[in-house]
Design a protein around this ligand. Structure first.
Ligand SMILES: [Zn+2]
Length: 691
C-alpha cells in the first residue's frame, strides 16, 4: 500500500471523501462528440486555440492556449478544466453507453455483465437508497456504542478495516518489499486524518480556517443526521478535530517522505510492538489477516509511537466518537440525499466545485473504481485497437533507444554509473492499453438491490485480495490503473512504465496527426514515465526494482546539484497570492517533464518530419512539437483546488509544466526566436541539463 506509483497527473484528488466519491465531472453528455462532428478537417495545432498577441518567449503557455482558455470556462461541476478532464468526460460517456448496453438484458449471476450492470443499477436505484436513509450503517454505530475500553476500540479498528468499512488510525496493507521486490511484506503507514494534508490542520491562515470550519460543519451535519442533538454534535466535531490534529502533528510531511530510505524501516513484529504498548502487532497482525509474519515495514515509526501515547491519553468516549466518524465519512456519499449533500458541501468548500456531478456519471466512475478490470474489458473491446497498441510499442522502442543515446552522451556522469543506468533502461517492463491477465474479482457478489452492500463487499474483497498476497510471490502482471484512465505511471519496484488505453487519444495521440504532434504529446508522456526511473526517487532503485545505491558518490553529487537547480526554478513560481510551487515536493515530476520532453524531441528529430522544414498550418515541425507539448496542458482551475494541489500534488500546475521545461531546451529558443529580454529567456549557461 506504499505509494510508489508516479502518475503523469494526479486525478481523484477528492478520493479522501469516501470509497465512492469520484468527483471529476464534465460537460453535458454528448456535447464533445456533437461539436467534433460539425468541425472542419482537424487542425492538430489550431491557431484558433492560441493567443497570437502573446510573444511565445514571454508566456509560452498563454501563446499556445490563451484562446482555448478564454473560450472554455470551467463547467460548474468541475474544479479544473482541460485536456485531461475532457478526455475523462469522453471516457465517462463511453462507460455510460457500455453500461446502458449491458443493462438492456439480464445476465446469469456471476458473469462480467451481471456484476458490472447490477453494480451500476444498484447505484442508480435512488428509490431504495432514499428509503433506507442511514439504515445501512446503524449496525456499525450500535456496535461502537457497546465499546467500553481501549481494547474494544482497537478490536473495532480491526473490524472496520477487515470488513471494508473504514481505515481509522493508520494505513495498513501488503506490498512489495523495496529491498526485495520479489517478496511481499506487510506495510504500516501514517493515516487517521481526513483533511487533504497535515498543513490543513497545523498552519493558521484564512484559507485553512475556511477549510477547518467546513470540515467541522460536515461532522456536525452527519452526526445530526444520525440523531445526535446539536450540542453533542458540536462537541463531537471538536473532539474529532482535536484527535486528528494530534495525529497530523505526528505525521511526516510529503517532502520528507520523498526519500525512500526515510520510509523504509524494517522491524521484527515483536520489537515494533514494544514501541507501541497499546498496539500489540503480534496479536493484531493475524486478526488483520496477515498471520505468520516475523517482520513488517513501517513508513513512519515516530507516528506510531505518538499515536500509541494518544490512545492511552484520550478518554474512551472520545475514541468512540472518532470511530463513529470514520463510519460516517466513509459512508455518506452512498447513503440518502441529505448525506450526499453534506458530503458535497464539504468537498466543494475544499475544491471550489459549484454543483454536484450528475449521479449517472458518479456511479459509472464508481463501477470503474470498484470493478475496473471487468468494465475495462468491455471498454477496450470497443474503444482500443491493436493498431494503437502497435504504434505505442514502436514509439516506446524509439524513445528507449534515444534515451539510451542521451545517457551515453551525458557529460556529467562516469562510465561506471552510465553502464548501470543503461542496464536499468534495458530492463524496463512496458505495459500498454490493458492487462494481459484480467483481475477476476472471484468471490465478489454483486446484488442489483443492495448498493451499500455492494460497495462494502467490493471494499472488503479488495482488502482480502491485498492481504492474501502476503503468502504469494509478487504478481507483476497487475495494473495500478484501469483501462479507461487518462493517465500513465512508472512503478519503481517493478521498474515498469504503464500506459492505459484511456490516454491514447488526442491531444496526446492521433493516427491522423503528424509526428511532431504525437511526439510532443504521447511521446513526451512516454519519456516522462521513463525519466521517473531516473528522478530523485527512481534513481535509487536498480534494474530489478531493488532500493539499492548503484551510483558513484561523485555522480550522485552531480545529479543532486542539477536537481537543486530544478527545485529553485520551480520554487520561484507563484500560483495564488502568496502560494508558490513547492520545488521539493514536485521535483520528481519536474525532472520527468524535463527529461521526457528532451528525449521525445531527440527521437522526433530522427523522423522524416523532424528532419524537414515543411510547415503545416503555418508552423514548422519544431514549432509544432513544442506547441503540441504546451497544448496537452491547456487547462484552468478554481483557486480552491489550486491551493489544495500546492499542498498535496507532486505535479506542478499546468502552466508551469508547459513553460518551465522548454526554457531549458535550446531548440525551443531557436524554434520561436526567443531572445534576451523575453520574459522566459534564460542564458544558455543557466539552462538546466539533467537527462
Ligand atoms: Zn509523473
Amino acid at each position: 500500500m506504499k505509494i510508489k506509483f508516479k502518475n503523469f497527473i494526479l486525478i481523484g484528488l477528492l478520493l479522501f471523501l469516501s470509497v465512492s466519491a469520484f468527483t471529476i465531472g464534465g460537460v453535458k453528455k454528448g456535447k464533445t462528440k456533437a461539436k467534433r462532428a460539425a468541425d472542419p478537417p482537424k487542425k492538430f495545432i489550431d491557431p484558433a486555440n492560441m493567443d497570437l498577441s502573446v510573444k511565445p518567449g514571454d508566456d509560452f503557455f498563454e501563446y499556445a492556449n490563451g484562446n482555448w482558455i478564454k473560450n472554455n470556462p470551467i463547467p460548474s461541476k468541475e474544479t479544473r478544466w482541460g485536456s485531461f478532464g475532457m478526455l475523462a468526460q469522453e471516457n465517462t460517456n463511453r462507460m455510460l453507453s457500455l453500461l446502458a448496453e449491458v443493462g438492456k438484458t439480464s445476465h446469469p449471476a456471476g458473469t462480467l455483465e451481471q456484476r458490472v450492470g447490477d453494480l451500476y443499477a444498484s447505484g442508480m436505484d435512488t428509490l431504495t437508497i432514499e428509503k433506507l436513509g442511514f439504515d445501512p450503517i446503524k449496525p456499525a454505530l450500535a456496535r461502537i456504542d457497546k465499546i467500553t475500553d481501549l481494547n474494544g476500540a482497537i478490536e473495532e479498528v480491526v473490524f472496520e478495516r477487515t470488513h471494508g468499512e473504514a481505515d481509522p488510525l493508520f494505513r495498513f496493507g501488503v506490498g512489495q518489499d523495496d529491498k526485495h521486490p520479489n517478496k511481499n511484506i506487510t506495510n504500516l503507514n501514517q493515516g487517521g486524518t481526513t483533511l487533504p494534508d497535515r498543513d490543513n490542520y497545523l498552519k493558521a491562515n484564512p484559507r485553512n480556517q475556511k477549510i477547518q470550519d467546513a470540515y467541522k460543519q460536515y461532522i456536525i451535519t452527519l452526526f445530526a443526521l444520525t440523531g445526535t442533538d446539536n450540542d453533542a454534535a458540536t462537541k463531537n466535531a471538536a473532539t474529532i478535530f482535536g484527535i486528528e490534529t494530534a495525529l497530523a502533528r505526528a505525521q511526516l510531511s510529503r517532502v520528507a517522505m520523498r526519500d525512500p530510505h526515510v520510509t523504509y524501516n524494517k522491524f521484527s513484529v515483536a520489537d515494533f510492538s514494544k514501541t507501541t504498548p497499546h498496539l500489540n502487532w503480534v496479536a493484531l497482525m493475524p486478526e488483520l489477516k496477515v498471520p505468520g509474519q516475523d517482520t513488517l515495514l513501517v513508513g513512519q515509526p515516530a507516528f506510531f509511537r505518538a499515536e500509541d501515547s494518544l490512545l492511552a491519553a484520550t478518554p474512551i468516549d472520545d475514541w468512540k466518537v472518532y470511530l463513529k466518524w470514520n463510519i460516517l465519512k466513509s459512508s455518506a456519499s452512498a447513503l440518502s440525499s441529505p448525506f450526499v449533500k453534506a458530503s458535497f458541501d464539504y468537498s466543494s468548500a475544499l475544491s471550489g466545485q459549484k454543483v454536484q456531478t450528475p449521479r449517472n456519471e458518479r456511479i459509472s466512475r464508481l463501477v470503474d473504481g470498484s470493478l475496473g478490470e471487468l468494465l475495462g474489458q468491455l471498454y477496450v473491446a470497443k474503444y482500443f485497437t491493436p493498431a494503437a497498441k502497435q504504434y505505442m510499442v514502436d514509439l516506446v522502442n524509439n524513445l528507449k533507444v534515444t534515451l539510451g543515446e542521451r545517457i551515453q552522451n551525458l557529460t556529467w556522469m562516469s562510465a561506471n554509473t552510465k553502464a548501470r543506468a543503461l542496464k536499468k533502461l534495458a530492463a524496463f517492463t512496458v505495459k500498454i492499453g490493458y492487462p494481459d491477465k484480467w483481475q477476476t474479482y472471484t468471490g465478489l457478489t454483486i446484488d442489483r438491490n443492495d448498493y451499500f452492500g455492494n460497495l462494502r463487499r467490493a471494499s472488503e474483497w479488495r482488502y482480502n485480495y491485498t492481504t492474501s498476497q502476503i503468502s504469494k510471490p509478487v504478481d507483476k502482471t497487475r495494473w495500478g490503473m484501469t483501462p479507461p484512465t487518462v493517465n500513465a505511471y512508472y512503478n519503481s519496484t517493478n521498474n515498469e512504465i504503464v500506459f492505459p488505453a484511456g490516454i491514447l487519444q488526442f491531444p496526446f495521440f492521433d493516427f491522423g496527426a503528424d509526428d511532431a504532434v504525437n511526439y510532443g504529446g504521447i511521446g513526451a508522456v512516454i519519456g516522462h514515465e521513463m525519466t521517473h526511473g531516473f528522478d530523485d526517487q527512481g534513481r535509487q532503485y536498480d534494474a530489478d526494482g531493488t532500493l539499492r545505491d548503484w551510483w558513484t558518490k561523485d555522480d550522485a553529487d552531480k545529479f543532486k546539484t542539477r536537481a537543486d537547480q530544478v527545485v529553485a526554478q520551480y520554487d520561484a513560481f507563484t500560483v495564488l497570492d502568496t502560494l508558490h510551487v513547492n520545488g521539493k515536493l514536485t521535483l520528481g515530476e519536474n525532472l520527468a517533464d524535463l527529461g521526457g520532453l528532451n528525449v521525445a524531441y531527440a527521437a522526433f528529430k530522427k523522423t522524416k518530419e523532424g528532419q524537414s522544414n515543411k510547415k503545416i498550418d503555418g508552423f514548422t515541425p519544431d514549432q509544432r512539437f513544442f506547441l503540441s507539448w504546451a497544448q496537452v496542458w491547456h487547462s484552468s482551475q478554481r483557486p480552491e483546488i489550486a491551493a489544495q494541489r500546492i499542498l498535496t500534488d507532486p505535479h506542478s500546475p499546468e502552466q508551469y509544466r508547459a513553460n518551465a521545461p522548454v526554457t531549458n531546451i535550446d531548440a525551443w529558443y531557436a524554434a520561436f526566436n526567443v531572445q534576451p529580454g523575453d520574459k522566459m529567456y534564460k542564458k544558455p549557461e543557466d539552462r538546466i541539463k539533467v537527462w
